[in-house]
Every structure is written in C-alpha cells, then in structure tokens.
Design a protein around this ligand. Structure first.
Ligand code: HEC
Ligand code: HEC
Ligand code: HEC
Ligand code: HEC
Ligand code: HEC
Ligand code: HEC
Length: 293
C-alpha cells in the first residue's frame, strides 16, 4: 500500500505543469526551421523566424493551450481544419504538401523503359550482375543473377504478397510438369520453375516490363493491359467461375479438417500486368491445373 502511494506521488510529480499541452513523442517536430528547399503550401505559414508553429499545420486557435481531454472533441468538430486543408483520407497526402514525395516512395524497378522507350539499365542491375543481351537472351545458367531465382523478389516483396503465393512454392507432380511443358508450347511462353523444380514468383510473373524482351521471344510474352506504374486492378466480386469449383472443393476439405468455416476474400481481376498468362480468364491457372468446368 505504501509503495502504491509512493508510486502515485512520483507519477504526479512527473505530470506537466498546467497550461502547455504535452505532445506525444511521435508527434511531428515543432519549432524547427523550414529549410530554403521546402515550399510551404498556400494557407500554411511559418512564424516570423521561419519556424513551424502549431498553427502552421493546425487551423485551431491556440491549440497549445487546450486541455488534453478536449482534444478528441475539437478534432471531431473541426475535421476540416484540425489538419489544415482536411479532412485527409491518406496521411501521406498531407505530408507531401511540404515534403518531397520521391525519397519516401519505393523504387519500382519494373519500370524499365523511360518515356522514349530507352532501357533503364540501372534497374536491370538490381537483379542482374550484367545487363543481359536482349537480342540473344542467354540461358538461365549464364544469366548471372545476383540471388537464386527463388529469393530474388524477397526483401522488396513479402513471401506472402497475396493469397496462395506461399502455398504455390511446391514442386509439381510429374503429371503437372507435363501439363506445364504443353502450355509453354501452346501459348509460346516460359513458365520457369525454381532451382529445385518448385513453383516460384517468376513462374507466374515476368520481372520485366512489357517490351524489354521482344514479344516474339517466349520470355517476352506476358499479359499486360495495365502499366507497371498502375499495377493490377481488382473489382470486388465472387470468385471467377473458372476455378470456383476447384477452390470450393479444397475449401470444404480445409473446413472439414479444421472444423471451422474458412472465409476468403477473393477479388476479380479487372486489369493485369507482369503475369506470363492472363489469370482473369483462367489461362494462367489452367497451364497447371485441370478444372472440371
Ligand atoms: C508539421 C505539422 C504539424 C505541426 C507544426 C504541429 N502538428 Fe500537431 N499534429 C500534426 C499531425 C500530422 C497530427 C496527427 C493527426 C492525426 O493523427 O489525425 C497532429 C496531431 C496533434 C494532436 C493530437 C494527437 C496528440 O498527439 O495528442 C495534438 C493535440 C496536436 N497535434 C497538437 C499540436 C500542438 C500543440 C502543436 C504546436 C506546439 C502542433 N500540434 C504542431 C501535425 C503538426
Ligand atoms: C507544413 C509543412 C510540413 C508538413 C505538412 C509536414 N512536415 Fe515534416 N517537416 C517539416 C519541416 C520544416 C521539418 C524540419 C526540417 C527538415 O527536416 O526538413 C520537418 C521534418 C520532418 C521529419 C524529420 C524529423 C527529424 O527528427 O529529423 C520527418 C520524419 C517528417 N518531417 C515527417 C513528416 C510526416 C510523416 C508528415 C505528415 C504527417 C509531415 N512531416 C508533414 C515540414 C512539414
Ligand atoms: C526483379 C529482378 C529483375 C530485374 C529488375 C530484371 N531482370 Fe531480367 N531476369 C530476371 C529473372 C529472375 C530472370 C530469369 C527468369 C526469366 O527468364 O524471366 C531474368 C531473365 C532475363 C533475360 C533472359 C530471358 C529468357 O529467359 O530468355 C533477359 C534477356 C533479361 N532478364 C533482361 C533484363 C533486362 C534488359 C533488364 C533491365 C531492363 C532486366 N532483365 C531486369 C530478373 C530480373
Ligand atoms: C528493388 C525492389 C523490388 C524487387 C527486387 C522486386 N520488386 Fe516487384 N515491385 C516493386 C515495387 C516498388 C512495386 C510497385 C508496387 C508496390 O509498391 O508494391 C512492385 C510491383 C510488382 C508487381 C505488381 C505489378 C505492379 O507493377 O505494381 C509484381 C507482379 C511484382 N512486383 C513482381 C516481382 C517479381 C516476380 C520480382 C522478382 C523477380 C520482383 N517483383 C522483384 C519492387 C521490387
Ligand atoms: C500461381 C501463380 C502466382 C505465383 C506463384 C505468384 N503470383 Fe503474384 N500474382 C499472381 C496473379 C494472378 C496476380 C494478380 C495480378 C495480375 O494477374 O496481373 C498476382 C499479383 C501480384 C502482385 C500485385 C498485387 C497487388 O495487389 O497489387 C504482386 C506484388 C505479386 N503478385 C508478387 C508476387 C511475388 C513476390 C511472388 C512470389 C513470392 C508471387 N507473386 C507469386 C499470380 C502468382
Ligand atoms: C506453374 C504451375 C501453377 C500455376 C500457373 C498455378 N498453380 Fe495452383 N498450384 C500449383 C502447385 C504446384 C500447387 C501445390 C500442389 C498441388 O496442390 O498440386 C498448387 C496449389 C493450388 C491450390 C491449393 C492451395 C492449397 O491451399 O492447398 C489452389 C487453390 C490453386 N493452386 C489455385 C490456383 C489458381 C487460382 C491459379 C491461377 C491464378 C493457379 N493455381 C496457378 C501449380 C500452379
């Protein structure tokens, strides 16, 4: 009991003196000078010494003198001005008014051709030690990849970038391997397996922007009705009927085993990019799976 009292006294001694509103340690720095390279947007002003103040970002009169317990109410009542120019849907959009967006953005190394269609060779070198000859593509063994093919996408991408990616990193049975070879011939594509014969990211995905490798070459063929900058597009919908039957059977088996309902949020593809065959119409899946449609 006495320890508790002591603790409470110590805590109270640490409380801020009345008046100034204490900010969380993760709050944006205040009082810092706006560098000459930064332009503040209209409606946001630094003080007469060129420093950030509360009212640079917050459109609330004397926010620094308000009580902590009133903040939530103030925020609700002034949704459009708690952060000036709001309400903001994405935090980043607020930040990028002052900060340069570029250094915060991840480099999309799949954007491999510039506006004039010229190769961005520095992007090739993320994965290749030397820029490969596009006219006469070298064999896999001579490609000089910086990492084994089944690891080269990780680091930038998670192992689980989407549903089912992890479940796919397995070696197909001989019957499926036969099917893959036939599909490669029929569609004139490559569906390369990993160093241990397993399905990997590049089995389904091309790492290259369309046009980097000639489309007449099997490695150059891909489904791309969107740009790499846009990425794929989804429309909320039921599963595509092509693999619905297969999926349902497997799901029921899973449910039976786990004794719990399994719910998956499948999305319908409305636009594709960087896939070797379209998945939207089932072609990609059918290169390996047989469905009883
Ligand atoms: C560079 C812009 C900027 C400046 C300058 C600034 N803030 Fe903020 N403040 C923010 C942002 C961004 C948030 C987060 C808003 C959210 O989460 O909705 C925030 C949140 C807050 C909050 C609510 C969250 C919390 O920490 O309790 C308070 C209170 C607050 N600011 C007070 C102040 C005060 C007082 C000052 C001046 C001493 C100040 N701010 C200066 C950008 C700024
Ligand atoms: C009104 C302009 C303005 C807005 C809006 C703004 N910042 Fe800043 N920010 C600054 C200034 C000025 C500095 C200090 C100078 C510098 O580091 O460039 C700074 C510094 C920083 C720093 C470096 C802090 C440090 O300790 O070195 C980070 C990180 C940062 N801001 C992130 C953000 C984020 C995240 C947001 C959005 C929530 C944001 N900023 C919104 C103006 C702004
Ligand atoms: C994200 C990693 C990555 C980047 C970036 C990358 N490649 Fe590749 N590249 C690979 C992988 C993995 C393979 C082997 C699988 C394949 O053929 O698609 C490959 C294969 C190739 C091949 C041989 C194709 C074949 O199988 O016949 C050529 C040619 C090639 N890359 C050229 C390039 C050029 C040119 C660039 C730059 C514009 C580039 N690559 C950028 C990962 C990458
Ligand atoms: C240096 C980092 C980096 C590496 C390595 C990398 N990627 Fe990406 N990738 C990105 C970025 C950035 C995007 C843009 C979307 C995002 O931010 O997730 C992207 C997007 C994609 C997309 C979605 C299409 C698009 O344009 O948005 C696919 C598919 C993809 N990558 C496949 C791969 C595959 C397969 C590999 C390995 C051969 C690979 N990536 C290696 C950074 C990387
Ligand atoms: C069995 C085939 C298959 C495998 C294996 C696979 N993917 Fe995908 N991936 C797809 C399909 C299909 C899409 C949907 C987009 C499309 O069709 O353009 C997709 C989408 C993506 C996207 C875009 C996600 C988004 O919502 O923007 C990224 C990034 C991606 N894959 C990365 C990877 C990486 C990294 C691996 C390996 C760890 C991998 N994929 C393995 C088939 C596959
Ligand atoms: C390159 C061959 C290949 C492609 C392309 C492919 N799969 Fe697979 N798929 C496999 C392998 C290998 C397995 C794991 C072993 C098995 O189930 O036979 C698998 C497993 C699955 C599973 C079971 C996962 C689990 O949890 O057990 C589903 C569902 C599935 N695939 C759906 C799809 C769909 C949908 C597509 C098209 C977007 C697709 N596959 C494309 C080879 C492929």
């Amino acid at each position: 009991m006495r320890v508790m009292l002591l603790l409470m006294l110590m805590l109270m001694a640490c409380l801020p003196s009345a008046g100034a509103l204490e900010l969380s340690s993760r709050h944006h720095p205040v009082g810092v000078k706006v560098p000459s390279t930064m332009t503040l947007p209209q409606g946001m002003q630094a003080d007469d010494k060129g420093r950030l103040t509360c009212s640079t970002c917050h459109g609330i009169d004397k926010l620094e003198d308000r009580k902590r317990e009133d903040i939530e109410e103030i925020r609700r009542r002034h949704a459009d001005d708690f952060l000036r120019g709001g309400p903001w849907q994405k935090r980043d959009d607020f930040c990028f008014q002052c900060h340069d967006e570029k250094p915060y953005q991840r480099l999309n190394i799949h954007a491999q051709l510039d506006e004039r269609g010229k190769l961005r060779e520095e992007n090739c070198k993320y994965c290749h030690r030397e820029v490969p000859d596009r006219e006469h593509p070298p064999k896999r063994r001579e490609l000089k990849l910086r990492l084994p093919v089944d690891r080269i996408c990780l680091g930038c991408h998670l192992k689980t970038p989407h549903l089912n990616a992890l479940e796919h990193s397995r070696k197909p049975e001989e019957k499926m391997r036969q099917r893959i070879r036939e599909a490669e011939k029929t569609h004139k594509v490559i569906l390369p397996l990993g160093d241990h014969g397993q399905v990997t990211c590049v089995t389904c995905h091309s790492p290259h922007e369309k046009g980097v490798i000639d489309e007449g070459h099997p490695a150059g063929r891909q489904a791309a009705d969107r740009s790499v900058e846009e990425g794929p597009d989804y429309q909320p919908s039921r599963w595509s009927p092509v693999y619905q039957a297969d999926k349902e059977a497997r799901l029921m088996e899973l449910e039976r085993k786990s004794g719990e309902p399994v719910e998956l949020d499948y999305k319908r593809l409305a636009g594709e990019v960087l896939v070797r065959l379209p998945a939207a119409d089932g072609s990609l899946c059918r290169a390996c799976h047989q469905f009883n449609d």
